[in-house]
Design a protein around this ligand. Sequence first.
Ligand SMILES: NC(=O)c1ccc[n+]([C@@H]2O[C@H](COP(=O)([O-])OP(=O)(O)OC[C@H]3O[C@@H](n4cnc5c(N)ncnc54)[C@H](O)[C@@H]3O)[C@@H](O)[C@H]2O)c1
Length: 371
Amino acid sequence: MRPSFSSLSLSAASLSHTPCLTSSLTSQKMRLILLRSALKRGASKAIRSFSSESAPERKVAILGAAGGIGQPLALLMKLNPLVSTLSLYDIMGTPGVAADVSHINTRAQVAGFVGDDQLGDALKGADVVIIPAGVPRKPGMTRDDLFNINAGIVKGLCTAIAKHCPGALVNMISNPVNSTVPIAAEVFKKAGTYDEKKLFGVTTLDVVRAKTFYAGKGKVPVESVNVPVVGGHAGITILPLFSQATPAANALGAEDIKALTKRTQDGGTEVVEAKAGKGSATLSMAYAGAVFADACLKGLNGVPDVVECSFVQSTVTELPFFASKVRLGKNGVEEVLGLGPLSDFEKEGLEALKPELKASIEKGIKFANEN
Ligand SMILES: NC(=O)c1ccc[n+]([C@@H]2O[C@H](COP(=O)([O-])OP(=O)(O)OC[C@H]3O[C@@H](n4cnc5c(N)ncnc54)[C@H](O)[C@@H]3O)[C@@H](O)[C@H]2O)c1
């Protein structure tokens, strides 16, 4: 997979090296210094590439921008030099978030919109709409437990997207992604605006986790790791393909791969439990959402060979939606790539995930058609 998100990966790489450098300074002080210099480099690179590359105008809208994911995602998109307009929408709190983020000296012009009356203006002219609106999990909840609340929120927001920016690429973060993407598809079909090339379930956090856990266990440099993650975005429907991971980590045996697979599948729950009732992954999710949105923008701008995993309409299996590697282009999905060779363990995982994923997809379609 082509590494994307060039300017921010610099910052992320710098921060990830923190543990090697903390011998003489306290770790907190060191982290602050690294954060400052990483952001400075990100910002100056952003300004450099804005003036020298004259990237096209691109409007990105974030729906749910005042939330746990929305706020750091707004920050990261403000740092992205490919964004010229950043529209922040929520049912509350966006004027403050927008005022705050707008003071950062990067290209994107920021505007905050709050409440239903302003949703249309938030969306008009958007090239990419990112949706982290909704409620997050608490300990003991599955992503499916969020269905009743988030399904309605997603349906409402997608109805507005169909009306105000029907050509935008939609990046769905709200859970359960396995159902909210089919809900969005149904809403768009009813409105006559559905284009399967433009609807994405964001599964990038599964990829981010798989890369991190694999690098840690396999003792390979994390910034060079690639791991495709296929299937869906909940529990066993998340299927990391460690047999295709690069670089090869020869020391990893079958039990290690099993443990890595389980940890990737349970990564969200790990965070939910550690936050003990205060929500689910927000910072790592914002990073993952920013990586995926950046890939979408690069594709729109004609950068060749941009590939990320995403939950999209698919013929890779018999299921109508499935996550796999996707090549992004000027119209969104350019090509849904196949699974490649699977190990026996992955083949078993693939068969095991299908009934649950099928049920979640059908639940979404049913909801959209009955409500
Ligand atoms: N795809 C993934 O990998 C992934 C990872 C983590 C979390 N999530 C999901 O992302 C969603 C948001 O999580 P969070 O931690 O940011 O939650 P949060 O509660 O902190 O923020 C959600 C925000 O959505 C807003 N909101 C609610 N209804 C809205 C509406 N109709 N229009 C616009 N905004 C609305 C809320 O006001 C709030 O600001 C949850 O569904 C969570 O499960 C997805």
